[in-house]
Structure formats: C-alpha cells, structure tokens
Design a protein around this ligand. Sequence first.
Ligand code: NAX
Length: 325
Amino acid sequence: MKPAVRIAITGAAGNIGYAAAFRISAGDMLGADQPVILQLIEIEPALQALRGVEMELLDCAFPLLEEVIVTTDLSVGFKDADYVLLIGSKPRTKGMERSDLLSDNGKIFKPQGRAINEHSSRDVKVLVIGNPANTNGLIAVNNAPDLSPTQFTSMMRLDHNRALNQLSLKTETPVTGISRLTVWGNHSLTQYPDISHCSIGGESATSLIDMTWYKETFLSSVQKRGAEIIVARGASSAASAASAAIDHMRDWVFGTSGEDWTSMSIVSNGDYGITEGLMFSFPVRCKDGEYEVVRDLEIDDFSREMIQATEKELLEERDAVKDLL
Ligand code: NAX
C-alpha cells in the first residue's frame, strides 16, 4: 500500500461535502490503492453535524480511510494537505447584492488562501467549489504567494458534465463518444459551453447539431441547469457537484484521455487573449499531475463574443474584491 495522502475539505458537513467525503474514502478520486486521511473543516455552528459525518465515515469501515480529523482551525485542517477542496462558502440570501456576496466570501477565502500557503504540502492541489467559485479561487490564489498559481483551480467540471449529458441525450450518443467540448469562462449564467471543436460519435458536433437548437436551447439549458435542479429537488446540486469535483481532481492527477480535454478554471496566462491573472475556464489537457491549456483552437466570431462576455463579468467580479487580492 502507498502512504496515505491528506485531503482537506471545507464545508464538509454541507451537502456537497457530505457527498464527496464518502466517494473519496471509497477510492473514487485517487484510486483503490491510495489510502487517505480526511481533514474536515467546518465553522463552529456546523461542528456537531460534522462529528456525525465523521461517525458515519468511520462506520463505513472503508479500507482506504486511515484517519478522519474534524476541526474549525485552519492551521490544523490544512496542515500538510496534499489536496484541498474548498467547498464551504456563504450562500446568497434574499435581497443580497452580488457585490456583498463576493465580499463576504472574500473574507472566507483570503484567510483560507493564507492558511494553505502556510500549512499545506508544497505540492498541494487546490480546487475551489464554493460560489462564486472563480473569484473565490482568485482571492485564494492571490493570498498564497509561496505556492505556484498553477496549484489553484476552480470547478467548471459540473458545467462540462452537464453539457456532455445534454449533447448525449440530443444525439443519442453515449457520453463516452463525445469529446473536445469546452465550457469557457465563469461558473455563472455567462459561461460559454462551446461545441465548435467537439466530436460526437466521430463526427463534428456542428455537422450533427442544429445550430438554432444549440443557440436557443442548449446554451441556456446548460447555463440554467443548476436553477432547474433547485426547482425540482428543493435543494441545489450536491451529488453531481461532488462527482464533478472528483472527476476534476482525478483527471488533474491521472491525466485526461488521449487527445480529449476537459474544462478547468485556472489562472490565465493570457491564452486566447484572456486577461492575465484572471481565474477563467479554458480547455485543458492534464498529464503527470500537471495541466496545460489546449492552444491554437480556432475561435469564430460567435465564440469570441461569448468568451468576451464571460471575461467581462469576471473582470467586474475581480474589481469588486480588489482590496482582497
Ligand atoms: P451547504 O450550505 O449545504 O454547505 C456549505 C457548508 O459550508 C455548510 O456546512 C457551512 O457550515 C460550511 N461553511 C460555511 N462557511 C465556512 C467556512 N468559512 N469554513 C468552512 N466551512 C464553511 O452548501 P453546498 O450545497 O454544499 O454548496 C457549497 C457551495 O458550493 C455553495 O457555495 C454552492 O453555491 C457551491 N456550488 C458550486 C458549484 C460549482 O460548480 N462550482 C456547483 C454546486 C454548488 O452550487
């Protein structure tokens, strides 16, 4: 057996954290030969619930789960962490302005970025899930100056998986037959699910898909899928978000398949003209624990417009939290 790795999860008593912890302990994220130590972080009011999660995890007698640490202390929770899932955040409540949401969450992600910088493994891989995920990720990475910006990512994989599902249903093709899909930009209504380079069952998606359906139905159905689930379930996506987080981390560690790629929000290097330093979702390929933007894809006028719109929104979000960066 390999030595155990440490996985820190904030908001671990919440819906997504609860779903993720069990799948990670079962080996879904890092493989059936990788023991794990879970470092579960919550705020004081949720500590009792978190102790219940700990009891359930232990009651599963997972062979890979070596230890569970439950804490409200960031220096304990992030200590030596090899992987970090930042899930806990402040939800938007009725009447709350987006700028208030951004700044309230900033107050969470700034100290968390600092604590990761100070206490986590020098090779830590961080995934930010708590919304607004891109800008929370931007705050965290800007407060971790001793780590590489490439160690911080935000989650777009749920949007990517949702788009795959929509295409699969529309074309009656299994999801495994669909590749080279990209969801660009922000995890918000401006995200751009792009099928320009996508292949479905070996054929180009643009030759199979009716572009009126694509523009008038598909785009908004992916963008608004989260809201649709809230209406149906009375609660926001949880198991699918946890599953997407596991997909994101697994691909980052073990690599994407062949010529295919995935969508990850990463710190922009200026690729595709996106403002340097912005946390933005690009098409990326992963290999040997690293990721690289898929470069030189042709961007048509429609795509350019959509990409610029989502970049504009992220620039506005960045401006709203500039004192936290
Ligand atoms: P829940 O409200 O069920 O759980 C959040 C948990 O975080 C709570 O237990 C709370 O006590 C804890 N928490 C709050 N502040 C904390 C802090 N400073 N440190 C540690 N823990 C803290 O929400 P859940 O459904 O699990 O969603 C969590 C976040 O994921 C939300 O921000 C949500 O909007 C976001 N999502 C992001 C997605 C993405 O694709 N990036 C998709 C799913 C989800 O909407």
